[in-house]
Design a protein around this ligand. Structure first.
Ligand SMILES: NC(=O)c1ccc[n+]([C@@H]2O[C@H](COP(=O)([O-])OP(=O)(O)OC[C@H]3O[C@@H](n4cnc5c(N)ncnc54)[C@H](OP(=O)(O)O)[C@@H]3O)[C@@H](O)[C@H]2O)c1
Length: 348
């Protein structure tokens, strides 16, 4: 039995903690909270011990907290850091390195420059085994994870026949449960997005990938438009559809009108947190024009990285063979079942 502490209990941390609680190989030491709000009571009511910063103990006197964040870190085999983007770096310096703890960071952090948390971005489709002995690893962000699931099968099948991958990412403005963020009536663009370098860090620097990023006023999901240019005639639509048939965490859907259709369906059949945990290729939008294949897929921002964290945790803590790790993740997340349900529902 290994002991895991989840530092941060927001959109990502609360999901990770909830799934880990059902993992018989793991004892969840507890979760880290920084604000004395309703989510403290929520965590306690779900059976989690709550740890808070030593210097903020007084703010939490109305709650039954279990101890300090420092106590939790010294008492675990792995920290899963789920703090707001950039804060993971501070935690690494002030908490994890002094305690010689191992940690997983989330996709809002950096892997280059002064404030890098790790040298390595994890993607279970690409580099599972390379995670075994590292102290610090960053799980790619939701967009970065989704792009790996699309590009790796293409790369394996077509290799150097792919001349360019041009992706336009339409990012959701805020998450469904994020009531603090107001959604502006605007489309905003991101200058120098991190996604390009992040994907290339694990797919190879020579990946001919070019990305543009826009933030759009929705809470539902991200959508990526990817154009794949081949050296010579492009494969057929059916060849591309077949490529993703058996891909873990990729559903191929028809007749979806928009991202909310998928979320509503996920809610109606009671997927945990209304998440599908995957990407959805909108197959009736796939087009081939001469040497270019155009793919459109949506990416479940909050859900997709949660099973990835679970796979990464197994690599770091147990060095479990990849297939065994996927089997174990499947027992908790039921991704194959969700994929079948989605594909049956959105057939045309
Ligand atoms: N949301 C997504 O769709 C998504 C998808 C993929 C990756 N990510 C990445 O996952 C990370 C977390 O995002 P999120 O959406 O879960 O954020 P979030 O909902 O804002 O939650 C952040 C949590 O971190 C806690 N926190 C505050 N200061 C902290 C500290 N010093 N150390 C540890 N935790 C601290 C907050 O606690 P209090 O509330 O108690 O202050 C809150 O529970 C980010 O790197 C983000 O880029 C997010």
């Amino acid at each position: 039995m290994k002991r895991v502490f989840v530092n941060g209990y927001g959109s990502i941390g609360s999901r990770i903690a909830q799934f880990l609680a059902d993992d018989k190989d793991i004892e969840v030491v507890g979760v880290g909270k920084y604000s004395p709000d309703d989510k403290v009571a929520d965590a306690i009511s779900r059976g989690f011990k709550v740890y808070v910063p030593k210097n903020k103990m007084d703010n939490f006197k109305n709650f039954r907290v279990a101890g300090s964040i420092e106590d939790a870190i010294s008492n675990c085999d792995l920290v899963i850091d789920a703090s707001p983007g950039g804060v993971g770096y501070t935690n690494k310096k002030t908490l994890y390195e002094p305690a010689n703890a191992r940690a997983i960071f989330q996709g809002g952090e950096k892997i280059t420059g002064e404030k890098s948390v790790a040298q390595f971005i994890f993607n279970s489709r690409v580099n599972y085994e390379k995670a075994f002995d590292k102290q610090f690893i960053m799980q790619g962000s939701c967009n970065v994870t989704g792009m790996g699931r699309i590009i790796q099968p293409l790369k394996e099948k077509y290799g150097k026949r792919i001349k360019r991958l041009d992706a336009t990412l339409l990012r959701r403005w805020a998450d469904l449960e994020d009531s603090k963020t107001e959604i502006k009536d605007s489309i905003e663009w991101t200058r120098k997005p991190h996604h390009d370098d992040d994907v290339k860090s694990y797919m190879g620097a020579d990946t001919p990938l070019f990305i543009r990023v826009f933030k759009v006023p929705t809470r539902q999901m991200h959508v990526h438009l990817m154009d794949i240019r081949f050296d010579g005639p492009a494969p057929s639509v059916s060849e591309i559809t077949d490529l993703y048939k058996n891909e873990y965490g990729v559903a191929t859907l028809y007749g979806v009108k928009g991202t909310k259709d998928i979320r509503d369906y996920a809610e109606s059949i009671k997927f945990s947190f209304k998440d599908t945990n995957m990407i959805h290729i909108h197959a009736d939008l796939t087009e081939v024009q001469d040497d270019v294949v155009k793919i459109t897929y949506s990416d479940d921002q909050t859900g997709i990285v949660v099973p990835e964290n679970h796979l990464l945790m197994q690599a770091m803590l147990f060095k479990r063979p990849r297939d065994d790790a996927f089997r174990h993740t499947e027992e908790l997340f039921h991704m194959e079942e969700k994929k079948r349900a989605l594909e049956n529902h959105f057939r045309n």
